[in-house]
Design a protein around this ligand. Structure first.
Ligand SMILES: N[C@@H](CCC[C@H](N)C(=O)O)C(=O)O
Length: 278
């Protein structure tokens, strides 16, 4: 009997959850309204991001990897999603092998499924130039002063393909993630809005991070946010080359040799279930 509805796979990377859709074997038109409906945690599938697997028409990569936030907006990058994407295309027999190249709105990414089931993602070179973030600032600096509601905050800013701000905090548990997060996400100096990360430095090789994500709110983990925190921490001389990042949903290993080098993120992925939605 022919099965009806849109086929999807529910996956997560450290609790940052996704609906992954094969857009090669079936047709799916991701309008903002449709994505928002599917993202609804009471009336839809429920997820932080929807990931769409498509063919790369320019043939520069093995796939086109499209990312939609729960608010329906299409974005450039998703680190935890990239690890799930790799697992998905391998498990569905679509991948050429354990090494996969994907084209995103933020550029080309390389993913490698490791023998232990973890996925290593080459996140590209962190970009600090304000116009590449994009961020309204007169020149590139290690930190900037951002004014929010009359208060001044020192922040780092970087693009990991998508825009990130990073604030240092003494204690991640009490950080004002859900107060300051939405205010900075929509700050007028970030014309495309921004993901807002809070970082507590435990040691130069160990940090704790929470992220208020653009278009999704606080998630249990944000891969590109973890990378951004390490990039800003390294850029300021606070962190070493390999850093263990603890997020609410679990840990990632981030390695960045420094300026001009691409940053690598390694971590787990989980498949929860497969389903069909009307
Ligand atoms: N969860 C992600 C990031 C998803 C996109 C982000 N909210 C944005 O709008 O840029 C990750 O793991 O990187």
């Amino acid at each position: 009997m022919e099965q009806k509805g849109l086929k999807f796979t529910k996956m997560h990377g450290l609790g940052n959850d996704f609906a992954v859709i094969d857009g090669i074997g079936q047709h799916f038109e991701p309008t903002p309204e449709r994505v928002r409906k599917l993202a609804d945690r009471h009336r839809g599938i429920g997820f932080d991001q929807l990931l769409l697997v498509e063919q790369d028409m320019d043939e520069l990569a093995d796939f086109r990897y499209r990312i939609f936030n729960a608010d329906g907006g299409e974005v450039e990058q998703c680190g935890n999603g990239a690890r799930c994407f790799a697992r998905f295309v391998v498990d569905h027999g679509l991948a050429p092998g354990p090494e996969i190249r994907v084209m995103t709105l933020g550029g080309l990414m390389r993913l490698r499924l490791e023998p232990d089931g973890q996925v290593c993602v080459d996140m590209g070179v962190p970009r600090f130039a304000p116009e590449q973030i994009p961020f309204d600032a007169p020149a590139r600096a290690h930190t900037y002063i951002l004014e929010v509601d009359g208060e001044r905050y020192e922040v780092g800013a970087v693009s990991m393909g998508n825009p990130h701000v990073v604030l240092l905090v003494d204690d991640i548990e009490t950080a004002p993630v859900n107060i300051l997060g939405p205010q900075i996400e929509a700050h007028p100096r970030f014309p495309r809005r921004v993901n807002v990360g809070f970082m507590q430095i435990v040691s130069p090789r160990h940090v704790r991070v929470r992220v208020f994500e653009r278009g999704a709110g606080e998630t249990q983990a944000c891969g590109s946010g973890a990378c951004a925190a390490v990039a800003v921490g390294r850029d300021n001389g606070w962190l070493e080359e390999s850093v263990a990042v603890d997020l609410t949903g679990g840990g990632l290993m981030i390695r960045w040799e420094g300026e001009g080098k691409s940053l690598k993120m390694t971590g787990p992925v989980s498949t929860v279930y497969e389903g069909r939605v009307a």
